[in-house]
Design a protein around this ligand. Structure first.
Ligand code: ATP
Ligand code: MG
Length: 558
């Protein structure tokens, strides 16, 4: 990651600094980003990626990408591939350190055998329901399993036979033998292995027992020599269990540090819920531009730099909050403002005729590609007697404060002339305005000494403009926190029925060469990105963000 911005300080960074000062881990910083491949990455993961890769880079260390693939029924190669792509796109450099928890299945099995030999694990024949029932509550201890005192020999024999496929799915489990009275529920003889005949995306049918996440996670970190095992707050209560396992095995002990999850307003991050949106066809797929996924945001036109700066400015804390979506948009806009070339596109075209423009005349006007970037240069935009403007820029009867076109009023055409409306044509059947008639003042060409008018509007030349499909996105949910629903309802009650509007617009001809992924600012309208489905003969754009910056305004008011 080659961000110009210096690293933001936070408590994790302070812990590492303090640890390094006292010689902990020999000054080594080795982190990892450990996704479960059960869905696509979302913007919350971007926070974790930035933290883990960012800290490794800052301290001259390393960061691994490790798939925590312990749950074969929910995991797929498609997810693995998308996650690798997203991490790389965000700039996460894991070099040749791409690992899988499944790489360590044999080691984990051997360690489980060690625990059995030490009398610290046992095979239990209780059903899932019985395990839950005997677990106790927050205020009451649990009850010992009747199988807890099996001999080491019997446990070794049963566990080997579990592995060899002698018992049906769900009939037996391996449990750690810790303390059913522990105030920490995670330490009440937690499950280490279950029997599950499911094909694993990497190990196929080699195993019919699979380690639980809690048994695998800490040991995987230990195997990889992870010094700082950074995870989200819900794992704080699991830390004593991870410590217990590592202590029993006497292996390298990573330092676990918990931080707050990112939650954003008007969206949700649970992969389970996002999967439902995909499965029910509410969105086009995981990379639908309305999704809070990295791939959706990429398709929508968010830049990696914009997302990185956002993630970096989020802060890291010990309490979970709700971040405003507008803050994300602010950083996306800030980056695009610097980098996106300006072009003129009309979303809802309305014909504008210049009644005094000399017949047969055509000219080119000079337009600035990016006022924020002196190197971006200029381009020529064709101009003529028939133009298209956006419907919103004309009113038959102007409301108060409206300074755009209406009969009798003047506006400037961007990079062009001042025009004055003298007439319009209305479809008698529908009442729709079909043409606006203006005269242009040839003395007022942009760039020359000329008079000023209150409003400037964008336009395209009717003859040269190219058709474009533009997809206008709005929030996917209508509630700030779609996770908070009344009893008996689920998050889909808050789906915004107007989250997508498709319009057929007209763009200046310079866009003819736009390729999927290219980003632009459509003057006065916002930032737009060429969709992956776009073809030269049928250009498709996604609206990335509007120009209006609500977050900066909000900050000023505070
Ligand atoms: P979800 O609940 O969305 O499925 P998860 O925590 O189960 O998320 P993992 O694939 O296990 O997803 O996450 C990989 C890493 O990303 C973990 O270290 C996890 O703590 C972190 N992470 C997941 N969601 C967020 C979030 N919203 N904010 C910050 N970090 C997150
Ligand atoms: Mg998970």
């Amino acid at each position: 990651m080659n961000d110009a911005d210096s690293p933001r300080t936070n408590f994790i960074r302070d812990l590492i600094l303090a640890g390094n000062a006292s010689g902990k881990h020999g000054g080594r910083v080795h982190t990892r980003f450990p996704p479960e491949p059960n869905g696509y990455l979302h913007v919350g993961h971007a926070k974790s990626i930035m933290l883990n890769f960012g800290l490794a880079e800052e301290f001259g260390g390393k960061c691994n990408l490790r798939f925590d693939d312990t749950n074969p029924t929910k995991e797929e190669t498609e997810y693995v591939e998308s996650i690798i792509e997203d991490v790389k796109w965000l700039g996460g450099d894991f070099g040749d350190r791409l690992f899988y928890a499944s790489d360590y299945f044999q080691q984990l099995y051997d360690w489980a055998v060690d625990l059995i030999k030490k009398g610290k694990a046992f095979v239990c024949d209780l059903s899932g329901d019985q395990v839950r029932e005997t677990r106790g509550t927050l205020t009451e201890g649990g009850r010992n399993s009747p199988y807890r005192d099996r001999s080491v020999e019997e446990n070794l024999d049963l566990f080997a036979r579990m592995k060899d496929g002698e018992f049906p799915d769900g009939s037996r489990i391996l449990r750690a033998k810790i303390d059913m009275a522990s105030p920490n529920l995670n330490k009440r003889d937690p499950v280490m292995y279950r029997i599950l005949r499911a094909e694993h995306h990497r190990t196929g049918n080699r195993w019919c027992i699979y380690p639980m996440y809690d048994w695998a996670h800490g040991q995987c970190d230990s195997i990889e020599g992870i010094t700082h095992s950074i995870c989200t707050l819900e794992f704080e209560d699991h830390r004593p269990l991870y410590d217990w396992y590592l202590d029993q095995l006497s292996v390298f002990h990573p330092q676990q540090i918990e931080f707050d999850r990112l939650n954003l307003t008007y969206t949700l991050m649970s992969k389970r819920k996002l999967l439902q949106l995909v499965q029910r066809g509410v969105v086009e797929g995981w990379d639908d531009p309305r999704m809070p996924t990295i791939s959706g945001m990429r398709r929508r036109g968010y830049s990696p730099q914009g997302l990185r700066t956002f993630a970096r400015n989020l802060g890291v804390s010990k309490t979970t909050g709700l971040t405003e979506f507008e803050m994300l948009e602010y950083y996306i806009r800030e980056d695009l403002n610097r980098t996106a070339p300006r072009v003129m596109t009309v979303l809802r075209p309305l014909k504008l005729v210049l009644t005094n423009y000399p017949e047969g005349q055509a000219e080119f006007l000079e337009a600035v590609n990016n006022p924020e970037d002196a190197d971006a240069g200029k381009r020529s935009v064709p101009f003529g007697g028939e133009l298209c403007i956006d419907r919103e820029d004309f009113r038959e009867t102007p409301p108060k404060g409206y300074h755009r076109l209406y009969p009798g009023n003047e506006v400037r055409l961007r990079y062009g002339y001042i025009v004055k409306c003298h007439d319009f044509v209305k479809d008698p059947a529908t009442g729709e305005i079909t043409e606006v008639h203006c005269t242009y003042d040839p003395e007022t060409r942009s760039g020359h000494q000329t008079r000023r008018v209150k409003s400037t509007i964008h336009w395209v030349s009717a003859a040269e403009a190219i058709p474009v499909e533009v997809r206008l996105y709005d929030k996917l949910f209508t509630a700030e926190n779609p996770n908070e629903t009344p009893d008996g309802q689920d998050f889909t009650m808050y789906l915004n029925p107007k989250s997508l509007e498709v319009v057929q617009g007209k763009a200046e001809p310079s866009l003819a060469n736009a390729r999927p992924g290219d980003r632009y600012q459509f003057e006065r309208l916002g930032y737009f990105c060429v969709d992956k489905s776009s073809k030269a003969e049928r250009l498709v754009f996604n609206r990335t963000a509007e120009l209006r910056d609500t977050w900066a305004k909000l900050q000023k008011r505070l």
